[in-house]
Design a binder for this molecule. Structure first.
Ligand code: ITT
Length: 199
C-alpha cells in the first residue's frame, strides 16, 4: 500500500507546545488544513518510549485515535555530546512542571561545569510521525548539529534555542529570524524526509 498525503487534507497537529506548533505551520506552508490538538481538547499522552521516534509515533497514534483525523506529531530535543546525549528525550522534562527553560538551560550549563567539559558540541533531533486513524504510520528523523553558548541569547525561538548555535553560524537559534531557523532546523530536515515519503 502506498501512503499519500493529499494537499488540503485535514491534519491534527498533535502538540501542546505553541513554539513547535508555530514552526510546524511555517514549515508546512499551507499545504494542509491544520487543526490544533488544543482545539479538539485532545489529552497529552504520557511519553513512555525510549526514543524520539517511539514517542513521536505514540503521540501521533493517540491523536489519530482520539480525533479520527490523520495526525502529525513531533518529538524532539537537545542532545549534548559531553553529557552522553542528555537531556535528549527528557528535554521537556528538564524544564519541570512549570516548563521553565531558563532553569533547563541553567541545568545544562551546570552539568557541563560538573563534568569539566571543554567540548560544547550539541545537536537537536526532531522525529515527525504521521498516523492514520486505525491504520498505518510513518516516522522520520532530522538532526542539526552545533555548539552551545552561555549565557542564553535571543528571544525569537522557544525551549533551548537561546543556547544553541548551529554549525556555520554565529547567532543562536533564539537570535535568528524564524525563517532562517526554518531553513535549516532539525524539524525542517525531518519534514524534507516526510515529503519524500508521503507527498
Ligand atoms: P508536545 O509533546 O506536546 O509536542 P513538548 O514540549 O512536551 O510538547 P517534546 O516532548 O518533544 O515536546 O519535548 C521537546 C523539548 O525539546 C521541547 O519542550 C523543547 O524545549 C525542546 N526543543 C525541541 N525542539 C526545539 C527547538 O526547535 N528549539 C528549542 N528547543 C527545542
Amino acid at each position: 500500500m502506498t501512503l499519500k498525503l493529499e494537499p488540503g487534507t485535514r491534519l491534527v497537529v498533535a502538540t501542546h507546545n505553541p513554539g513547535k506548533a508555530r514552526e510546524l505551520a511555517e514549515i508546512l506552508e499551507g499545504r494542509f488544513q491544520l487543526v490544533a490538538a488544543g482545539e479538539l481538547g485532545l489529552p497529552e499522552p504520557e511519553e513512555t518510549e525510549q526514543t524520539f521516534q517511539g514517542n513521536a509515533l505514540l503521540k501521533a497514534r493517540a491523536a489519530a485515535e482520539a480525533s479520527g483525523l490523520i495526525a502529525l506529531a513531533d518529538d524532539s530535543g537537545l542532545s549534548v555530546k559531553a553529557l552522553d546525549g542528555a537531556p535528549g528525550i527528557y528535554s521537556a522534562r528538564w524544564a519541570g512542571p512549570s516548563k521553565d527553560f531558563g532553569l533547563a538551560m541553567k541545568k545544562v550549563e551546570e552539568r557541563l561545569e560538573e563534568v569539566g567539559a571543554e567540548d560544547v558540541s550539541a545537536w537537536f533531533t526532531s522525529s515527525l510521525a504521521v498516523a492514520w486513524p486505525g491504520g498505518p504510520a510513518v516516522v522520520v528523523e532530522g538532526r542539526v548539529d552545533g555548539v552551545l553558548t552561555f549565557p542564553p541569547r535571543g528571544d525569537k525561538g522557544f525551549g533551548y534555542d537561546p543556547i544553541f548555535i548551529p554549525e556555520g553560524f554565529t547567532q543562536t537559534f533564539g537570535e535568528m529570524e524564524p525563517a532562517a531557523k526554518d531553513g535549516m532546523s532539525h524539524r525542517a530536515r525531518a519534514f524534507v524526509k516526510l515529503k519524500a515519503a508521503l507527498l
